[in-house]
Ligand binder design. Structure first.
Ligand code: FES
Ligand SMILES: [Fe+2]
Length: 425
């Protein structure tokens, strides 16, 4: 706690979504970043201090262990961010549906008869049973609750309730499925669980408009023209922020991820100080850290799918990420990948990895699943161990947040400041 001095309030936005910033220019300079002794939001000092005069830290232990804080996060964080839930390839045709997790909720994502993507809370309006099995997929003309057989149309309206008549027993139109706000960004489906979005999805992905979305680049990649070929779901005994922090920093990559070091120059993930002390991202622009002459993120750097994503050349890439409710979406020349973290409880999270190749690629001809997923599967297995080990450590009475590396864990600070801003709003 202690006293704090105000600094430029735009700082939080400036250092938000650094992965996205890195994508926009090869040398990004964050002015004022060094002279940020503390942070403020709307002229009000944040009570959780992670920014110290010469370094920043992670959060105090209770933020990773307290059920009370987790309860607060349900309202203050999970319902105030757009959350990635699925890809349009999973709901290509009207009636296609996939039952997904979005933070703590189960949602039915489908395409209605008009072709619009819709997301409904998987909660029957009768007595609250889940309608679809969790994580189920299929094609439906209607969603029928298995308990008492209430049925709902693809537009969420209540179609029938056995032995209960519309307009006599009750008015059907008042008991349609509850719907989450839903937006599609280049094929990726996001939902907003709160009542009304506080920002557009594009605003969130562009860091409040400070880092304009590169539509020209994105259009050329055609991220919507992929298909999911594999999904890996893992329950980790770690708070979701521990997982998020681990995904953001690559300080641990050299020792923890030997397979990444084969294809990526880790220096590319770090920052350096410019002559006047400003933070400068090192070299990462469109390569996502790949070494020269490396074509993609695979075990040997060679392509793992013959069909390209749009016009991405060997070694080229594009990524967007949400830094707080962690999800990242890197696109390489031959495949794309999504990584999502779902909070389950204060000390349990679900980590989901999805892999995509071009929709025209043929398994056994253009790609083998095992080759596409090899590198990030290995990385994920290593990270599961790290995050669970850290969770056990921060649960100790003797855990005191220590200094993070200002140039190798830099992006964590932005995410933590944004998190604190949400919690203290
Ligand atoms: S709870 Fe769904 S029909 Fe009764
Ligand atoms: Fe890692």
């Amino acid at each position: 706690m202690g006293s704090v001095d105000p600094v430029a309030p735009e700082l939080v936005a400036k250092i938000f979504s650094a992965l996205y910033v890195r994508q926009q220019a090869s040398r990004v300079q964050w002015k004022n970043a060094q002279c940020n002794p503390y942070c403020v939001v709307e002229e009000r000092p944040l009570s959780v201090v992670v920014r110290h005069p010469n370094y920043f830290t992670s959060l105090p232990g209770e933020y990773y262990t307290s059920p009370q804080i987790f309860e607060q996060e349900k309202e203050k964080v999970f319902k105030r961010k757009w959350l990635y839930v699925a890809h349009v390839s999973q709901v290509r045709e009207p009636g296609d549906y996939v039952t997904v997790r979005a933070a703590l909720e189960s949602l039915i994502v489908t395409r209605d008869r008009n072709g619009a993507v819709r997301a409904y809370f998987n909660v029957c309006r009768h007595r609250g049973s889940q309608i679809c099995d969790e994580l189920s997929t299929g094609k439906a003309k209607a969603f029928v609750c298995p308990y008492h057989r209430w049925s709902y149309g693809l537009d969420g309206s209540l179609l029938a309730a056995p032995a209960m008549r519309n307009g006599e027993d009750f008015d059907y139109p008042e008991f349609g499925l509850q719907e989450a706000h839903c937006e599609v960004f280049y094929g990726s489906i996001y939902v907003w669980l709160g009542k009304e979005p506080e920002m557009s999805l594009r605003d969130q992905l562009s860091g409040g408009g400070m880092f304009p979305i590169n539509d020209e680049k994105l259009s050329s990649i055609e991220p919507e023209r992929v298909k999911m070929i594999h999904e890996n779901r893992h329950i980790a005994k770690a708070n979701w922020k521990i997982v998020m922090e681990n995904n953001i920093e690559c300080y641990h990559c050299a020792s923890g991820h030997p397979d990444i070091a084969v294809v990526a120059d880790l220096e590319n993930f770090y920052y350096e100080r410019g002559d006047d002390g400003e933070l400068v991202a090192c070299g990462v622009d469109s390569s996502f850290g790949l070494k020269e002459d490396v074509k993609t993120y695979s075990m040997d750097g060679e392509r793992v799918c013959k069909k390209r994503l749009g016009n991405l050349a060997d070694g080229d890439s594009f990524v967007w990420a949400d830094m707080v409710m962690w999800s990242s979406h890197p696109h390489f020349c031959d495949y794309s990948q999504k990584m999502i973290v779902h909070p389950i409880s204060v000390d349990t999270s679900e980590i989901v990895l999805q892999w995509f190749v071009h929709e025209d690629a043929v398994e056994g001809v253009d790609y083998e699943v095992k080759d596409v997923i090899a590198l990030f599967s290995a990385v994920a297995e290593q990270d599961y161990v790290f995050v669970e080990r850290q969770q056990r450590g921060v649960s100790s009475d003797r855990y005191i947040p220590g200094p993070n590396h200002s140039l190798r864990e830099t992006d964590m600070e932005a995410a933590l400041l944004d998190y604190i801003k949400l919690m203290e709003a």
